[in-house]
Write a new protein. Sequence first.
Length: 578
Amino acid sequence: MAHKKLGEILAEQGVINEEKLKQGLVYQQQNKCLIGEALVKLGFVTEEVVSMALSKQLGVPYASKENRILNPEKNQGLEKLVNEKYAREHFLVPLFVEGESLAVAMADPTNVLVMDNLRLMTNMEIQPFIATKSQVLRVIDSFYQGSNLIEQAMSVATDGKDSGEDLSAVDDKLDLDHVIAGDSKGAQSIRVVNAILKQAISERTSDIHLEIFDERVSLRFRIDGILHERTPPPRELVNALISRIKILSKLDIAERRLPQDGHFTIHYQNRTIEVRVSVCPTVFGEKLVLRILDKGSVELNLDKLGFDPRQKEDFLKAADYPHGLIFLTGPTGSGKTTTLNAVLNTVKTPAYNFMTLEDPVEYKLAGISQVQVRAQIGLTFAAGLRSFLRQDPDVILVGEVRDQETAEACLRAALTGHLVLSTLHTNDALGAVPRLIDMGMEPFLLSSSLALIAAQRLVRMLCPHCKVPSKPDQKILDLIMAESLLPAGTDQSRWTFFKPRGCDKCSRTGYLGRRALYEVYLITDEMRHIIYKNQDVVELRKAVKKSGAWNLRASGWRKVVTGQTTVEEVTSVTLSEE
């Protein structure tokens, strides 16, 4: 009996509709790939959904970390049966031996050639399981290399002397899934750099800091906003590591007196990750900071960013206006760009022309024209925005309003029938009003064009695997009651408090991931009148409270009493208005 086609199975499950299937088939023909890969590339389905559908189609069991099948047995010598290089090249990992059979998780169990090769290599019958490429590669890392990749790489590196980098062997894209073998020229520094990057990505690191001091070397990972020490490389290897990064970033390896900035791309676990590089000379040598932009780890989904229902509703209501200004405020690194891109991703439609002007373009969004600011050639925010107005846009995202010229260009665009979204650096949402007026916006024009102002901060979420119940003292309960804007008589017995403990899944920090706290203020007629009349922030705050909207502090307390984060996290990023 003939198998059902994968597209038919996905359509029957309601995962895709007929239109998405047609688009997938067109993409498949144009790019010469499998239909499942096409649907994943277009963002219609996830790898997991495709693998489960293939499992149903082929009658091959599905293996994943969740169902605990994708967990290779220890002490069975599996790494000798299938070597790491072959496993990586063909996206497979051995799971267990049972009698004369070897269970193997594979991304493509229909590949007859690979199945035959495995039989010849192992002299065993192969029992296939299907798994996603990403999960297979993650398991390969942990199974073949252990948990501390850096220490392992350095133990190999110290076996032979590093003889420098082979400059001619560097590619534009660094493939971390490739195995560096032997003690060839430069292999040690390549191996250690790859190990640092791999471990950083596996620990959800946003920044890597490598610096040298008089007596020691420091390697730190910024995880969920906090820097954590990691095993540093030997002092004699640091210059070789920095040179390796400079070569990848197309920087001058001979220049050690001036700061340099660059970037490169890495391919790892079936996804592409951007790395921004900053090298700065210090009194003891050069300091290296790498910013890891892993788009695969960020979902542009408003439901997963931290919005409360009313805040999300107000933001989307303003984003649906035909014209006006929307400003999101917050410090650097608070997730403003992610939020605005998630909003655009939610409201985008072929019926409107969406354009963005960013520095840099962090998320590539299908169906939206995105422009990179290049100030060195005259393409500034203001200049780009003037050009945009001749491109017949409906919705414009401006990365940041930094000066009077950009502020005036945004206002002009809003007044001529466009919806403009942008960011500002202010302490809270209401602080955007005096800042914009100080930048030269006339109060009467600002009051008529401003649609929404918002602010956000990031707080660490408690690890769900290890958090333990906690009982706060009465002072904390009274403070939460006073600042959370909850009605008097709220039943506090339903509140649940937890504190961090630490486990392997959260790298012993007690926290796993971050969510945003928001204050979202849809501009009311009363607020417009205050902005037009006297721009009094105190009066604006009273009007906001009257509308029932929550401030950052109140949003934070709601995440505390539902057991998502801690009192310390909220008080560290928000201020009391009392």
